[in-house]
Every structure is written in structure tokens, then in C-alpha cells.
Ligand binder design. Structure first.
Ligand SMILES: [Zn+2]
Ligand SMILES: [Zn+2]
Length: 357
């Protein structure tokens, strides 16, 4: 995968820097030949983190500009390069986001760094378009416990947002969510609650109160209330989160069974991972609760069953569906039991199993 660079073969004046740490590079990627590393460790980390997915895409972006005598050819080349760079920013951002949702903080860094550097090339060093990459880097560093580093990225993001009055609500919301996560980690729970409340404010302005994005902020606030031992507030907020997710997933399952069209576009892997973790946390909270709330357990396990059904995992859908049915019979809630029963029939053993399933 790698070869040692012959320094004499480098064009004079062109300094090769490591893709990850920006130190002088001695290795090059053998596939694209336009990406360089200081050592095999950084090459391996970059390959796993992002390079595997963008190696070929980098060739036309990073290769020397071919000579065009016509202005129209130069313009065409420039617009093609810009389009490829924007693609690269998007791909690396979504790869980083997915890794964060999976809790792979270290592995998310190469993709976030690539997204940031490429956005700097395209939009300049102080553009609002850089903020999403700063936020990814901050989130990864919070996850890794590198709080000083996270704070550095967040203040850069905050500074950029302050300087950009027309900055989108979505970016402001994400900034506050990340500030909240940082404050949670540093033990500044008051600051965390204030930041998550801002997150909820911007989200409800954009999506309304009864929305899964807005309830993401509720969930994080509830986690903080749990840390503060304010369990009653926490439980009532978790209940709100569960209710919204339950009706959202119910609508999706209904749409799915009525039209049998693929749900891929409105439910990607990253959202599924986030939802899965949120619902499982709420289930754990119930397991540790002295006075278990069976209705909440029924809603959450039914939501997990629907989530896995939509994700194509019949076994898990059935597993959670059975738990949900058991809980709903204890409430008792006949209409919920009926809805769970329908899902179990849908997700139940395939009467015509094929090799693929
Ligand atoms: Zn390096
Ligand atoms: Zn490569």
C-alpha cells in the first residue's frame, strides 16, 4: 500500500506534508500518489478513517492543473474541481458523522480534518461553511476526553457563528448542542443545561416542538438532570422523547407497509444509530429505576422493534416486539398491544425464506 518517497523525485520547492499531522512526509499512497504521510501509522489511520473512500476522488483535485490555452477550458476545469471539492467535503463530513454516532471518536478524526481542510480551500479560512467540520472535531475530542482541544474548536466555531449574522439555525443548534456536551464533560451542568435549552429553542423554531430533532435536545437535558439527581424532571423529559419517537416511527412503519417503498432517503444509518442509542439509554434508565414505568418500557421497546424492522433486521424487531407486547399487556393498553401485534406479524418469520434472508 505504501512506498518510500525518494526526496530527489519531488518537484523543487514542493513540500510533501503528512495528511494527518502536517509534518514532513516520507510515504505516499500508492493508489492515488497525491496523498502523503509521515509514517505507516498515520497512513493506516487515514486509510481506515476516510482515505479508502476518497482515494480516487483526490486524484483530479490534487493533480497539477493541466495546461489550457483557452479561457473557457480553464473555467470548465475550475468549476469541475470546485464541484469535486464540494463532494469531498460532503462525503468526509458524513463519514465522520457516522463514526461519531458509532462512538468511534478516534477513527472519525481523519474524515473531519479532511472536511475542514477542504472547506478552507474552497470557502476561505473564516467562512461559516467551516463550522460543521469544527463541530465534528469538537464532538470527537469531547468523546476522547481531550477537552482543551474540543474547547479550541468550539471557540473557533462560536467566533465564526458570531461573525456571520445570517448563519443558519441548524448550525447554531449544533453549536449549542456541542457546547452542552463539552460542559457536561467538564462538570459544568448549569452551562450544559443552558446550552441544550438553546439547542431546543433553535430546533423547535425550525422543526416545531413535537419533532425528533427537537427531542434530541430534550434527551440531552434529561441526561443532565439525571446527573443532578433530579430524576422526576428527567423521567418526564424522557417520556416526552419516547412519545415523539414512538409516533414518528409508527408513521414510518405505516407508510412503509402501505406503499412498500424503500425508506432509505428519510432514515439513514447515522440517524438509526443515534435513535438506537437514545432508546437503549432510556431502557437502561428504566431498568435502574426503583419504580419501573411499564408504559414507558412498552413505548420504548416498541420503538426499538419498529426501528429494527425499518432497518431490515427481523430478528431484532421480533425480539423487541415480544418484550413490548409483554409490557403493553401489563399497562394494559389494548390499542398499543394491537399495534405491536401487527408489527410482530409483519416482522415474523419469513414464510418464504430465501438464501439472502
Ligand atoms: Zn503524520
Ligand atoms: Zn490514495
Amino acid at each position: 500500500m505504501s512506498t518510500t518517497l525518494n526526496p530527489l523525485a519531488n518537484p523543487r520547492g514542493a513540500k510533501k506534508l503528512c495528511e494527518l499531522c502536517q509534518k514532513p512526509a516520507y510515504l505516499q499512497c500508492n493508489n492515488c500518489r497525491v496523498t502523503f504521510y509521515c509514517d505507516t501509522e498515520h497512513q493506516q489511520a487515514d486509510w481506515v478513517g476516510i482515505h479508502d473512500k476518497v482515494c480516487q476522488l483526490l486524484i483530479p483535485i490534487r493533480s497539477a492543473v493541466p495546461f489550457h490555452s483557452l479561457q473557457s477550458d480553464r473555467d470548465l476545469h475550475q468549476s469541475q474541481t470546485r464541484h469535486r471539492q464540494e463532494q469531498l467535503i460532503e462525503i468526509s463530513r458524513s463519514v465522520a458523522q457516522n463514526k461519531l454516532f458509532e462512538g468511534k471518536f478516534q477513527e472519525s478524526l481523519p474524515a473531519s480534518l479532511l472536511s475542514l481542510r477542504c472547506a478552507m480551500d474552497v470557502y476561505g479560512p473564516s467562512a461559516a461553511s467551516l463550522v460543521p467540520a469544527y463541530l465534528l472535531l469538537a464532538e470527537a475530542n469531547v468523546g476522547l476526553g481531550s477537552l482543551a482541544q474540543a474547547e479550541k474548536y468550539l471557540s473557533q466555531a462560536e467566533w465564526t457563528v458570531t461573525k456571520t449574522p445570517d448563519c443558519s439555525q441548524a448550525v447554531r443548534r449544533q453549536l449549542h448542542r456541542n457546547l452542552g456536551r463539552l460542559y457536561t464533560s467538564t462538570g459544568n451542568l448549569k452551562g450544559a443545561l443552558l446550552s441544550f435549552a438553546n439547542d431546543v429553542y433553535y430546533a423547535s423554531d425550525e422543526y416545531g416542538l413535537d419533532n425528533i430533532v427537537t427531542k434530541g435536545g430534550y434527551f440531552l437535558m434529561a441526561n443532565v438532570f439525571m446527573k443532578q439527581e433530579k430524576k422526576d424532571i428527567a423521567h418526564s423529559m424522557y417520556a416526552e422523547v419516547a412519545k415523539t419517537w414512538h409516533s414518528h416511527l409508527t408513521r414510518l412503519v405505516e407508510a412503509h407497509t402501505q406503499s412498500s417503498i424503500s425508506l432509505e432517503p428519510c432514515f439513514d444509518e447515522a440517524q438509526r444509530t443515534e435513535a438506537d442509542q437514545m432508546l437503549k439509554t432510556m431502557l437502561e434508565v428504566q431498568a435502574q429505576n426503583n419504580k419501573q414505568d411499564v408504559a414507558q418500557i412498552a413505548l420504548v421497546t416498541h420503538s426499538l422493534a419498529m426501528l429494527w424492522f425499518l432497518g431490515g433486521s427481523r430478528n431484532k424487531a421480533v425480539e423487541f416486539g415480544r418484550k413490548a407486547r409483554q409490557a403493553s399487556q401489563l399497562v394494559p393498553d389494548p390499542s398499543l398491544t394491537e399495534s405491536i401485534q401487527r408489527l410482530l406479524l409483519l416482522a415474523g418469520p419469513d414464510p418464504h425464506p430465501t438464501q439472502a434472508s
